[in-house]
Ligand binder design. Sequence first.
Ligand SMILES: [Zn+2]
Length: 523
Amino acid sequence: VLVLVIDQLLPHQLDPRLPGGLGRLAREGRVFADAAHAHADTETCPGHAVILTGLHPGRVGIPVNDWTDHETLQSRYCVGDAGPDAAVLGAPPDRPGEPPSGRSPRSMRATALGDWLQAARPGARVFTVSGKDRSAIMLGGRRPAGAYWLDPRGALGFTTSRYYRAALPEWIAAWHGADPFAGWLAALPERWEHPTGAPPNGARPDDSPGEVSREGRTSGHPLRDTDVRVVMRRLLVTPWLDTLTLDFARTLIREERLGVGPAPDLLGLSLSGTDYIGHFYGPGSQEARDALLRLDADLARFLDALDAQVGPGRVVVALTSDHGVLDLSEWLVATGTSACPLEGGRVDARVLKRELEAALERRFGAVPAGEKPWAIDSGYAITVNRRLAAARGVPLAEIAEAARSFLATQPGVARVWTADEIARGAGPEPFATLYRRSYDPERSGDLVLQPIETCLVSEYPEGTSHGSPYLYDRAVPLVLAGSGIEPGVVRGRAAPVDLAPTLADLLGIPVPTGLDGQILPLR
Ligand SMILES: [Zn+2]
């Protein structure tokens, strides 16, 4: 079973007219054309958490990528782990005061398809691979045979943590080679050249306002450099990230002899390049279009290699994404498709945070140097500083209410949800249900900010993002293909949270009771 997640893929990008692997899945698979994530906080970690657990993010304990710990007030990364048994292989020791660089799935409060499969079918093996640690770890569940991701800091390449293994297998060292520039990075071009012609291909002009300028806004984005850290930084926003991830995964399939044993094996593969490219240039950019065509071609070769090893008819492929994305604000405004009342369509999250902190200091008093603010703002979530509240004798609810009433009047804000409302399921639908599914009482904020539809809340002045409860951030492709699955297009409700129970049922292993996902009809 191959579960393929393409980070930030929109439904229309799974186009049956594409000549390669994406097109093949769209033509030969069972396409759930109205599929969308069923939770509000549409980020990568929760998006991946639901796919193979069959549970909404709140119940997995992964409400967002990074949350504020209610007691320590420190930021917690969804797969961060300070334990010595979670150190990333090959990484230098952590420096004091920095967030832990260790990685594990210990924040997950749930098991996943891989755990169910290994328990039900002795000999079954589960591996995951991704450009991002959080994606590989979420898809793996508690105990995969291996979970590998690309370490973004430098020359480590694909690695894992001690949680999974004490040492990397030899084939991984061989894949990388002794010198990265003579080994795994040898095939990278000097620059990313791509077509620049405006429509008819449906894309925007190559040089469009609002695109991130860091690596240039037009074809010829630099890639090679003598410093591997520079190459890694650039690689993430080019199609070669996914090319390399697929090559690594193809080598894993061969070296670990996946799909040829007595029991089914599971490979969770998440491709991250589409997400970085979408954030930088927008989903309608020439860059996104070129990346999609290259991915389509790479996937054709990958699926052929998989068929060749495992045998045609013995592979089931499920493809989906962890979230969608909003197109570039500047493009939405220019084409008259923005509903955001703000000029430019952007809400500057840094300004909002500063003004909230100032308003609460005016009301409750100045915050001593070195102390966190009255309310800690991390993206859409706001967590009241319990330590300060206790020291000053101010009730938590009073601080939360002051923050809520301040934020609710700010431009670009549709509604500010309190944790109590979310837990009770109160408030307007469909949002009340979507926010409740994202809610974890220990990890969610005391308040959650809902932006106005098509307003981009971001701390960056360029690029675009996702994370809202609107359909552009929730709608994703969902397709299953392979033996026992009738091709066709199916309309109506379907969600990535349905994949785990659907695949468990297809594999003939017990489907845990109490899941949020439903078994999708495959014929
Ligand atoms: Zn993502």
